[in-house]
Design a protein around this ligand. Structure first.
Ligand code: ZN
Length: 694
């Protein structure tokens, strides 16, 4: 789903798995699938009750977490999201192994899941095959005679999901939310984003050196002579740096208007003649289009100039490296290790690759998410769980309506529009109403690379096929087992996959105080995204349309400026501050989310005569008042233990604030928190100046 804007509650774990993507340690054997252990909701053991909650609430709620949860050697961090991700991966492991061994009368989906997994796990066959399965693609690159032939080749690589030069796909038209359009966008950097090429601090300089060494290593593995690879790697770096300079930055791209520029294909072709837009669009297999969204217009001017200035041999080396990196998981061990050494070890500080079975399970989820998801929800998501989630979502939506009505800074005129948008929000819980078909995807038990190529081409074809058609609003942007949630502004929908509606975030055995602090705050977070600095630019139908009076917009912006300034003060890692503008949407969602969850909890308690609904609190929970339980549960969503390299990367790229700051940054703004813990104005957790948007 290129061009799709999903505003999630957590940094993407699947993406993380991909960049930390990696091989099984030598000698390791596939663990047989064990039943996963569920994770406790309220965890008294991780609290440091010797800390003063009014000085540092993260320390109070999570102070012993890192001590009790050392980071596994195959992960860049450990936290509640990762713990559940590990649980779900173990659950999916059982599902894929059953599919693998289910026998000849298994379903078509089980055949695909089982065979994909089997081929992925067969490292002997993969090592033995060497580069042979990739040879046709490498030859295509070698055979390139001139830059005039580039457009078709780029299309071929993009179709296989290899991110070189640019990307092309479908998206909902930002100004006509019923229509799917074509979008062409910047892409093709090997480092996480543009500033990695341009920063001058010692860390960044060192990381660039490691990246160039990685490029040289991959070229060596691809068979280039030792005396050539350094020069080639330097030239690729120079080319990518030109692309980086022409790219939009991650803060700039947060404004939807910055990435929406409808153009005639012929006009676009004139700005970037070397890309021969018409040839490229036909070659990638897109339906014919006359206009498209050129998401980053300046990028394509820069890309064209960079292609002009770079020799053909360098462009070939650039494509070969990224092709090999992109498929390193289905290539011999030397390739996957080289890829891990940079993307896992150097970039995130992770010492060891994930066990291969985990990577193969995640690959099945990434390739055939709906097929695997059906089997997952059948086992791990009951109608009761769905009903309880819906009840909570409706309560939180009611709370938001009350919250909007009560705002002192918004005029009645804009309130009517805000409430109308709220009433148009679609709630999606657990899994899609209809499952995708994988009937035309061929999966073989002995063709790991081929399966991966075909699955990616299948996905590209699926996305491109949408262009020119009406939008299907029943679609999901995350697979059912995903430990995350999102708001989709073009669909005005909040989406909670079955994968996150599990302990510790939702537990039927926990009292409502704990569940509202956990998943309730997540629901409130996603709903608030509809009204953050991005979401507020869309109307209830999902169109980019201004429904604000100028004065109300001004009041809103004064309030978001307070949040930007507040978070700018926080140090994310020593010497590196949080970027208040980059994290504004997520911080707004965090702050609104806890308020809405709290209001919904109080409403539910009031209905129950002041008692906490749901099961009784455990003895450990009962030591705290109901409101204290709620705030501890909220904070424990964000207990974490991170590698310093990972933290550095997240502070520089992630629109979410670092986890401990998601506790402190939010609770300093909540008067009910100060009251619950009897904090005094002026203590660190109760500053006199508080920010509030929603
Ligand atoms: Zn979010």
């Amino acid at each position: 789903m290129r061009g799709k804007r999903l505003m999630a509650v957590a940094a993407a774990l699947v993406g993380l798995g991909m960049i930390a993507g990696t091989a099984m340690p030598a000698g390791a054997q596939a663990a047989s699938a064990a039943a996963p252990q569920s994770i406790p909701g309220f965890d008294a053991s991780v609290m440091d009750t010797t800390a003063n909650p009014c000085n540092d609430f993260y320390q109070f709620a999570c102070g012993n977490y890192a001590k009790l949860h050392p980071i596994p050697s195959d992960l860049p961090w450990f936290n509640q999201f990762v713990a559940l991700y590990e649980f779900n991966t173990a659950a999916l492991h059982q599902v894929v192994e059953q599919a693998e061994h289910a026998g000849p009368d298994r379903s078509a989906n089980a055949q695909k899941i089982g065979d994909y997994y089997q081929a992925c796990m067969d490292t002997d066959a993969i090592n033995q095959a060497g580069l042979t399965p990739l040879e046709p693609e490498l030859k295509r690159i070698d055979d390139l005679q001139s830059k005039a032939e580039l457009p078709e080749l780029i299309a071929r690589l993009n179709r296989m999901g290899v991110n070189v030069f640019m990307s092309y796909g479908s998206q909902q038209d930002l100004k006509d939310a019923d229509k799917e359009i074509a979008v062409i966008d910047q892409d093709g950097l090997g480092l996480p984003e543009k500033d990695y090429y341009l920063r001058t601090d010692a860390h960044s300089v060192e990381l660039r050196k490691q990246y160039v060494a990685h490029l040289a290593k991959m070229l060596t593995l691809l068979g280039d002579p030792a005396d050539k690879v350094q020069t080639e790697a330097d030239a690729i770096m120079k080319f990518e740096t030109e692309l980086a300079k022409a790219s939009q930055g991650i803060v700039e791209r947060r404004d939807p208007k910055a990435t929406y520029h409808m153009e005639e294909v012929t006009a676009f072709a004139a700005t970037a003649p070397d890309l021969s837009a018409a040839k490229y669009i036909a070659a990638i297999g897109s339906p014919a289009v006359t206009s498209l969204n050129v998401a980053a217009p300046d990028y394509f001017k820069g890309l064209n100039a960079a292609i002009e200035d770079t020799d053909l041999a360098t462009l070939k080396a650039y494509m070969r490296v990224h092709l090999a990196d992109s498929f390193s998981q289905r290539l011999p061990q030397t390739f996957e290790e080289a890829s891990f050494d940079f993307y896992g070890h150097d970039l995130t500080g992770t010492p060891q690759q994930q066990a291969r079975w985990k990577r193969c399970v995640n690959a099945v989820d990434g390739s055939m998410g709906d097929a695997l998801g059906q089997l997952y929800v059948a086992k791990y998501f009951t109608p009761d769980q769905k009903q309880e989630a819906l009840t909570m979502v409706h309560g939180i939506e009611t709370a938001m309506a009350q919250d909007i009505e009560s705002l002192s800074w918004m005029s009645p005129e804009t309130k009517v529009k805000a409430i109308a948008k709220l009433h148009e929000v679609t709630d999606k819980i657990g899994y899609p109403n209809k499952w995708r078909s994988y009937a035309s995807l061929t999966i073989k038990p002995d063709d790991a690379l081929g399966n991966s190529v075909r699955a990616r081409e299948f996905e590209t074809a699926y996305e491109l096929n949408k262009i020119g058609k009406p939008v299907d609003r029943s679609e999901w942007g995350m697979t059912p087992p995903t430990v995350n949630a999102y708001y989709d502004p073009s669909q005005n929908s909040i989406n909670f996959p079955a994968g996150i509606l599990q302990p510790p975030f939702y537990d039927k055995d926990d009292p409502a105080t704990t569940n509202y602090g956990h998943i309730g705050a997540v629901v409130g977070h996603e709903l608030t995204h509809g009204f953050d600095d991005q979401g507020s630019q869309y109307d209830g139908h999902g169109n980019l349309a201004d429904w604000w009076t100028p004065q109300d917009k001004k009041n809103f912006e004064a309030r978001t400026a307070c949040v930007v300034n507040e978070y700018d003060q926080f140090e994310g890692v020593p010497g590196l501050h949080v970027n208040g503008k980059l994290t504004l949407g997520e911080n707004t969602a965090d702050n609104g989310g806890i308020r809405l969850a709290m209001m919904a909890l109080m409403a539910r308690m009031a209905m129950d005569g002041g008692r906490t609904p749901g099961p009784a609190a455990s003895a450990a929970e009962a030591k705290f008042t109901p409101m204290q339980q709620f705030f501890i549960a909220y904070a424990q969503n964000w207990c974490t233990n991170d590698r310093p390299q990972m933290d550095r990367m997240l502070v520089q790229t992630d629109p979410h604030s670092p986890n401990p700051i998601r506790v402190k940054g939010v609770l300093v703004n909540v008067p009910e928190f100060s009251k619950a813990f009897s904090c005094k104005v002026g203590q660190p957790m109760d500053p006199a100046q508080k920010c509030r948007v929603w």
